[in-house]
Structure formats: C-alpha cells, structure tokens
Design a protein around this ligand. Structure first.
Ligand code: ATP
Ligand code: MG
Length: 342
C-alpha cells in the first residue's frame, strides 16, 4: 500500500505538481485547500505525513499545525515557507513540525520535499516502535511484579499453614521437651513466612523494609514463647531496605537470638528486658544487635538445650558474609552482627 500524504495548499497548480512529483516517488497525495478540509482529511485517518503551506487564504499553516498538535497527532508535518521567512520556519519547528522546506521555483524543491517526507515518516515510525517497545517492557515488568507478589502471598500462606500444623502438634504432645522443640520450629518457620508477607504487602516486591519486618517478627516470637512472665522486648529498627534473601537470613538470626534471650537470660520469676537493634552504621552497612541484662553467656559455654540455634545463626551469618560477635565484658549477653547493605 502506498503511503499517503496530505498536501495542504490553496494553490491548485502547485497541488497538481505535488501530485505528479510525489506520485512518481510512490506516494498517494490527498489535497486540501483550507483548515476545515485538512482537519476532515486527518479525521478520516490513513495519513502518513502532512505537508503544510504557510500562507493560506484564511489563516496560516501554523494554525493547522497547532490544532494537530493539540489533538495529540504524531503524524509528521513538513512545513513549506517562502524564502524570506526564516522566523516562520523556526516557529513551525518549535510548534512540532518535523522539518521545513523553502518554496523555490528551482529544481531542488521537490527532491528536498521528498527527502523531508521520507525522513519525517521514518522518524515517526521509529518513535512509535520505540514507544511500543517501552510500553511492552513496562507491562512485562508490572506483570512480573504482580506474579511475584502472588507467589510470595502463596508461599507465606503455605508456611503459615505448616506453622499451624506444628502448633497443633505442640498442643497434642505431652512431652515438654518435644513441645519446646516444636515451638521453636514454629517460630523459625514463622520468621520465613513473615519475610514473604512483607514482600507482597509493600510496593517493592524484591526488597524488605527491615523495621516493619522485624516489628512483626518480634511480636510473633513473643507469642510463640509460652512463658507467663516472659521478659519484655524492645525493638529499635531503622527503615533500612534489604533484598529478600538478606532479610530472611537476618530474620532467622533474630529469631534464634531472641528465643535464646527469652528462654535463658532471666531465671524464672526475674523480670527483665530484651532489646533488638537494627541500625544503619554508614552508607554500606548496618548493625544488628540483640542484648539482655540476664545471667550472661560466652561462646564455648555448655548449651542448656540442643545448640541447634547457634548452628543456624552461624550458617545464616556466613550467608550474609559476616560473623556473629558476642560482646565481652557486658552484664548480660550482647550479640552483634555487621550486615553489609550492598
Ligand atoms: N541470651 C542468653 N542468655 C543466657 N544464655 C544463653 C543466651 N543465649 C544463649 N544461651 C545459652 O547458649 C546455649 C546455646 O544456644 P542455642 O540457641 O545454640 O541452642 P539452644 O537454644 O539450647 O537450642 P535450640 O536453639 O535448638 O532451642 C543455650 O542452650 C543457652 O545455654
Ligand atoms: Mg536457641
């Protein structure tokens, strides 16, 4: 199908010449003599480029150009001006014309016109293709994020279900050691579920806001420790954003350190507090600390329980490229972990 040019000029002789020259170059030419018929032709559609003459019987080509641009038309416009009208040409370009050609009686007019049309159409096609590609990339990204949120939702729900099954088992077990071990497993699974939940409840499906995540996690750990006069927990966390895999490693570590402090720091009947800090240190790192004012513990002391918690902490710290440090010479226990943010 030939490309169609709308040629707007009130000079009939010139219009016929345009038909001949541009027709020879393979274009179909539609002629309009004024603003009304030009706009009508545009509304019918199928126009690949518009040639606008400046001087019309009523008004100028600029009026038509402005109307086209106001309507959001992206059809390329070639503006035709007289030889002494440099400022008009500039006006036309500023108003969105893709090019201008100076009206001369010489031989070069039609070849110049043709190349302006060809280039205008090519540029417009390129721009449309680019816009389409950008739209598709944006849509693809949005779709992937929706999908990821959906997956996180399902993972969180499934993990919550697993945790609920374990809770049932806790209540049906008569052995206290088994109850305690199952309750810890439940807390561990809940920490992972919480990370996935925080991913689908925020706008960013890849990053976790640590203050919110740790807030939920601390509450959940507190709920799973079934001790009547359990120590109170104070959390001070800054809104640092971390990738989901880093967040879940930190979640696991906090769960272990926190359950330990709740279980071991204070002898039964003694009141106390457990503090969790997550603070940015500089551009590249944050510091996680869990501390209590309890009986104290040093690495290498004989564990009262299974010692599984320490192994989990060690391997999670390694995943983060860091190690857990027990700060010496404090009353109570203080465990620290430097987390790199990049
Ligand atoms: N904050 C703390 N205050 C006092 N003692 C602690 C503290 N944290 C840890 N401990 C001691 O360190 C030991 C090792 O902890 P770890 O988490 O490795 O194992 P666990 O808690 O005994 O077993 P699990 O984590 O599987 O329940 C504990 O048994 C406890 O004796
Ligand atoms: Mg433990």
């Amino acid at each position: 199908m030939p490309q169609t040019i709308l040629y707007v000029d009130d000079d009939l002789a010139l219009a016929r010449l345009a038909e001949r020259h541009l027709g020879r170059a393979g274009y179909q030419v539609i002629h309009a003599t004024d603003q009304a018929s030009a706009m009508e032709a545009m509304e019918r559609g199928g126009i690949d480029a518009v040639v606008l003459d400046h001087y019309l019987k009523a008004g100028t080509g600029l009026d038509i150009l402005h109307r086209l641009k106001d309507q959001g038309s992206d059809v390329p416009v070639i503006y035709v001006t007289g030889s002494s009208d440099a400022t008009i040409a500039i006006d036309a370009l500023k108003s969105g014309a893709s090019d201008y050609v100076i009206k001369t009686v010489g031989d070069e007019f039609w070849p110049l016109m043709e190349s302006a049309i060809r280039q205008g159409i090519a540029t417009a096609e390129l721009r449309r293709a680019q816009e389409k590609a950008e739209r598709e990339i944006r849509l693809g990204k949005e779709r992937a994020e929706v999908l990821l949120a959906e997956v996180n939702h399902r993972v969180a729900n499934s993990l919550a279900l697993v945790a609920a099954l374990i809770r049932l088992q806790v209540s049906s077990s008569r052995n206290e050691d088994v109850k305690a071990a199952l309750a810890e497993t439940q807390a561990r699974i809940t920490a992972i579920a919480g990370m996935h939940r925080s991913l689908y409840t925020s706008d960013d499906v890849r990053h976790v806001e640590m203050d919110k995540y740790l807030g939920t996690l601390v509450r959940e750990v507190q709920d799973t420790v079934n001790d009547q006069q359990r120590p109170s927990i104070r959390l001070e966390a800054e809104p640092v954003s971390l990738t989901s895999d880093r967040a879940v490693s930190i979640g696991m570590i906090v769960t272990e350190l926190l359950t330990n402090a709740l279980k071991y720091a204070y002898p039964t009947g003694v009141e106390g507090e457990v503090r969790v800090f997550f603070k940015r240190q500089d551009e590249e790192s944050a510091l996680l600390a869990v501390e209590d004012d309890g009986i104290g513990w040093r690495e290498g002391d004989q564990p009262k329980g299974t010692g599984l918690g320490s192994r989990i902490v060690k391997s999670m710290a390694a995943t983060l490229g860091s190690t857990i440090q027990y700060v010496p010479n404090v009353s109570g226990t203080r465990a620290e972990l430097k987390v790199s943010l990049t």
